[in-house]
Design a protein around this ligand. Structure first.
Ligand code: ATP
Ligand code: MG
Length: 205
């Protein structure tokens, strides 16, 4: 049973290559919907789902995440996954956070887009993930919550759907736009755009 005195904290995991307004909007919607005291952004280390794909350095992704969130008093960024060697798994991160004394009385809300939720059967220990946190599925352009029917009943029943304004922005699309010399203004915060230009991210091969 949920203890109403418990502090609620959101966890927003992602590769953030780059972070964009879709991520920030999703976190802000969950913050308001569930009365979260803060949302911690957790950039992945070596993402298990993206093995073989070209991913920017962890420090560049961390820096962009910090730049994008620094203005918001209830957003913060954790190095928990990027300081780890080897693959990042959500279950290990959740176990680690749950074991920290500062989070003893905390209920975690893990915020995920619908596209990622539909893939959850391929994650490590999905049932245990559900038992350690509230698992929130936010709307994502191109997906409807009815698709949660595709998931096994025990997982589906533990997921909380959250309708949010659809922003058809993806990091893949942004990397493509930079490669094509198209503008990414108003899709990412200005500081992130400046950082991408300064470090010449995504522009070559
Ligand atoms: P990529 O195209 O490289 O996969 P992405 O835009 O999907 O990048 P991720 O870092 O993979 O970004 O996503 C982190 C989390 O944010 C995932 O749970 C994803 O579903 C969610 N998310 C990403 N973009 C949006 C968006 N526009 N609206 C809602 N959720 C989003
Ligand atoms: Mg993605």
């Amino acid at each position: 049973m949920t203890n109403s005195c418990q502090r609620r904290i959101g966890i927003m995991g992602g590769t953030f290559d780059p972070i964009h307004y879709g991520h920030l909007r999703a976190a802000d919607e969950a913050h308001a919907a569930f009365g979260l005291s803060e949302v911690i952004f957790v950039p992945t280390g070596q993402p298990p789902h993206k093995a073989g794909e070209r991913v920017s350095s962890v420090e560049d992704r961390y820096m962009m995440t910090v730049l994008a969130t620094v203005d918001c008093p209830y957003f913060s960024v954790s190095r928990i996954e990027i300081d780890k060697t080897g693959k990042s798994y959500t279950i290990d991160t959740l176990r680690q956070l749950k074991s920290m004394p500062e989070y003893r009385d905390t209920e975690f809300y893990f915020i995920t887009g619908l596209d990622a939720v539909l893939d959850i059967v391929s994650w490590k220990n999905p049932e245990e993930i559900m038992s350690l946190c509230k698992f929130v599925a936010v709307s994502r352009y191109g997906y409807t919550h009815s698709r949660m029917q595709e998931l096994p009943e025990d997982l589906r029943s533990a997921i909380i759907p959250l309708e949010i304004p659809l922003l058809a922005i993806s990091s893949t699309g942004l990397r493509e736009r930079v490669r094509m010399n198209r503008s990414i203004r108003f899709l990412v915060p200005p500081s992130v755009e400046h950082f991408i230009r300064k470090k010449s991210l995504y522009s070559s091969i």
